[in-house]
Design a protein around this ligand. Structure first.
Ligand SMILES: NC(=O)c1ccc[n+]([C@@H]2O[C@H](COP(=O)([O-])OP(=O)(O)OC[C@H]3O[C@@H](n4cnc5c(N)ncnc54)[C@H](OP(=O)(O)O)[C@@H]3O)[C@@H](O)[C@H]2O)c1
Length: 285
């Protein structure tokens, strides 16, 4: 698979979002492990997770534990950059709550380290700004984790342009990635994508197909993507990812999956080349 850069690490240009394997509608463990192994077999070397990808309040880190198990049982497990996050919580009633306090982020990182079974987390991302906590305090905690060597690289998520600049300053130029929602139907993070390009920071589009509930409607909802897919003998999902990759060399999409077939299809997008005319048409679609 073609590679792209996140900080000082090269990863396959199409990553994997592991969230669907741990939240509502998740499959059994054997299918999840098969899905993760299919990703490794296809050349995926970036797996996105979070401590909050779980269902019950008593299973924080379900997704991280699953990933650790999959990596330990595959000979390419050591090649993977695991990108986890802290700052969200799931109390078990289906809701997502926030705690961006430095104390919580420090404790959450320690717990993620234990679950992933590593001495330092490859990429640790502050999941979402917490309006009750100054952004500088949350990102300051991430800086301390970097300084202590608990995390190798730092990223942020759900951040606007001002927050990206602020985080870059607080981290002393060590911000390597921004993870924001971006899909054919949701393009309002264009300014952040452009800013990441200017700053040379990786941009990880999340929910690239519109999210778990809408991913199946991609071809029906976005006709130009489906038409261009037919012309290439590809899937609309592959065209969607190829279009994102063509937007900027800093883009590394993290499509979610809970089936091996999905990851294999998405990984195929890394080698799909769209013409300038097709890209312009999809930009305008
Ligand atoms: N930072 C944040 O706040 C945040 C928020 C949301 C998500 N995320 C991250 O971003 C990742 C991706 O977002 P998402 O999972 O919400 O939504 P998504 O990637 O837009 O859609 C995921 C769904 O797409 C389906 N799919 C994947 N590849 C496919 C293909 N090639 N053809 C057809 N269907 C395909 C999968 O189906 P199957 O399940 O059947 O395989 C999966 O359930 C998450 O897993 C998570 O890691 C981050």
């Amino acid at each position: 698979m073609h590679t792209r850069r996140i900080g000082d690490v090269r990863v396959g240009s199409v990553g994997l979002g592991a969230m669907p394997m741990s939240i509502e509608g998740r499959p059994d463990e054997s299918r999840s492990l098969a899905t993760l192994h299919a990703a490794l077999d296809a050349g995926v070397t970036l797996i996105d997770t979070a401590d909050a990808y779980h269902l019950g309040a008593d299973e924080v880190g379900h997704n991280e534990t699953l990933i650790a198990k999959a990596l330990a049982s595959h000979d390419r497990g050591g090649d993977v950059l695991v990108a986890t996050k802290g700052g969200h919580l799931r109390p078990g009633d289906g809701s997502w709550t926030l705690d961006g306090s430095p104390g919580h982020l420090k404790r959450a990182c320690e717990a993620s380290l234990r679950r992933l079974g590593v001495e330092a987390i490859g990429l640790y991302q502050f999941h979402r700004p917490d309006p009750r906590v100054p952004y500088a305090d949350s990102v300051g905690a991430v800086r301390e984790l970097l300084d202590e060597g608990k995390i190798r690289m730092a990223g942020i998520s759900n951040a606007g342009p001002e927050q990206i600049r602020e985080a870059g300053e607080i981290l002393g130029g060590r911000l390597v990635s921004v993870q924001n929602q971006f899909s054919p139907a949701f393009r309002s993070s264009e300014p952040e994508l452009r800013l990441c390009g200017e700053l040379g920071i990786a941009f990880l589009p999340y929910s690239p197909f519109g999210g778990i509930a809408r991913a199946g409607e991609l071809a029906a909802q976005h006709v130009p993507f489906a038409r261009i897919a037919r012309a290439h003998g590809a899937s609309a999902h592959q065209v969607c990812l190829a279009w994102m990759l063509a937007r900027s060399p800093v883009v590394v999409p993290i499509p979610g999956a809970s089936r091996p077939e999905s990851v294999r299809d998405s990984a195929g997008a890394a080698g799909l080349v769209l013409s300038a005319g097709e890209i312009a048409e999809l930009d305008a679609a």
